[in-house]
Structure formats: structure tokens, C-alpha cells
Write a protein that binds this ligand. Structure first.
Ligand code: DX5
Ligand code: ZN
Length: 221
């Protein structure tokens, strides 16, 4: 199953409810809400209040992607999200952070930056719903896709199969109609998509991204 999670970082936030409704009409599976602290990344983005406000206008699951230093200090602020995604290099004890997210009643995602190894995360794979491979440096939308991260996707796909695990393999950053197919072929099935989703006719864009991903399933080995 393909999961499309439009990233509202790319939406027109002056008209956020309209953008979200359009994404929903296009068949989005969830909403990706980037949280940025001006420290882990050189940018600022959404807050717990955004999640609370979104909750009033959509039934879509909300995913809080914490691109912040010291996420352990603020996890509980995001308990209203269906999923909390932490960057694996922001916590001294990833297993403890995963357990803390779980105690909040949220699904768990782990994000891994381009410069970081995914093999080091083998032991946490059975404990998470999502492993999110970053294909850009976190902080900004609209950056070009780094195809070298597909090796991580292939490795995760092999691990998932070998150990009969159930986590989703996600890609965040630079995913568009041109790049989504190679991600799917490598084993990815979950996509956080900013600029390519909130462009033009948002509902049609989201639908087209899903169609492209689904069509590429035939090329997966
Ligand atoms: C980047 C964020 C992404 C971002 C992706 O730090 O994690 O979710 O919104 O944007 P695009 O799809 O435009 O690369
Ligand atoms: Zn993100």
C-alpha cells in the first residue's frame, strides 16, 4: 500500500484549511507537519497549536516531524499527533525516545539524514511504524532529490523482508512525479511530499503522485 503524506510546509499557510481540504480531496493518507526550531535546522516551522487547529478542519492523521534539537524535552506537546517522527541523531538514547513516544499513545517514526547510516538502526526497526529516509538536508522544501539515499531504501526493504517486519519505508524531500517511481522501485511505500503536492491543483497533484507510485510497484523486486 502506498501512503501519501502531503507536507504542509509547502502549503499557502494563509489559507491552510483550504490547502488541507484540497489534499484530502486528492486522497492524502495523512498530513506531514514539520516542526523546526531554528537550531537543529536553520528555519522555523509549525507548533503544537498547528496540530490542534488542523484537528478542527480535517480527520486525516497528523504526523509531527520533529526537526528539532532535544526532542525528548517537547515530545508530550505533540501527543495529539497520530505519529511523531524523531530524527535519530537528535536523541542520546533512541530506544528510550521511541518508548516515550509510544507511552504518549502515538505511532513512531524515525528520520535519518543523508550523512547518517541506516545500518546502525537495525535494532529499532521492529519498534517503529515508519523509517523515514531524508533525501535532502532537513530545513527547507523545494530542494533537489539525492538519489544516493536509495541505497538506504534498498537496505531497509531487504531487512523488512528478511525479518518479516512491518514498518513503512518512507522518503522525505525532493519527491515528485519524476523521482517517486525510483523510490517505489527501491522499496519505499511512504512519501512526505511538500512542493510537488501543494502545487497547482493540489487535489490533482496528490492523486497524480499516488498514481505514479502505484504504477511503479510493478518495477519493485
Ligand atoms: C524538510 C521537510 C520536508 C519538506 C519536503 O526538512 O522535512 O517534509 O517539506 O519538501 P519537498 O517535498 O518540497 O522537498
Ligand atoms: Zn518532514
Amino acid at each position: 500500500m502506498i501512503h501519501i503524506s502531503p507536507s504542509i510546509l509547502a502549503a499557502d499557510t494563509a489559507y491552510l484549511a483550504a490547502a488541507v481540504r484540497a489534499a484530502e480531496a486528492g486522497g492524502a493518507d495523512s498530513l506531514h507537519v514539520d516542526v523546526m526550531d531554528g537550531h537543529y535546522v536553520a528555519n522555523y516551522a509549525f507548533s503544537p497549536k498547528t496540530l490542534a487547529d488542523l484537528r478542527q478542519v480535517t480527520r486525516l492523521p497528523l504526523h509531527a516531524h520533529l526537526e528539532v534539537s532535544n526532542p525528548d524535552d517537547v515530545l508530550s506537546l505533540f501527543a495529539a499527533a497520530e505519529m511523531i517522527i524523531v530524527q535519530e541523531d537528535t536523541t542520546p538514547d533512541l530506544a528510550a525516545t521511541i518508548a516515550a513516544v509510544r507511552r504518549l499513545g502515538c505511532q513512531v517514526g524515525v528520520g535519518v539524514n543523508r550523512s547518517r547510516s541506516v545500518e546502525a538502526l537495525a535494532s529499532v526497526l521492529p519498534q517503529v511504524e515508519l523509517l523515514l529516509v531524508m533525501a535532502v538536508e532537513p530545513g527547507f522544501g523545494g530542494q533537489p532529490f539525492d538519489a544516493s539515499v536509495l541505497d538506504k531504501v534498498r537496505w531497509l526493504h531487504a531487512q523488512r523482508r528478511a525479518h518479516r517486519l512491518n514498518f513503512a519505508i518512507g522518503v522525505d524531500g525532493g519527491v515528485n512525479l519524476t523521482t517517486i517511481g525510483e523510490c517505489v522501485a527501491a522499496g519505499a511505500d511512504f512519501f512526505a511530499i511538500g512542493s510537488a503536492a501543494f502545487a497547482g491543483d493540489v487535489a490533482a497533484s496528490v492523486q497524480a503522485l499516488r498514481n505514479a507510485a502505484t504504477a511503479s510497484m510493478a518495477f519493485r523486486r
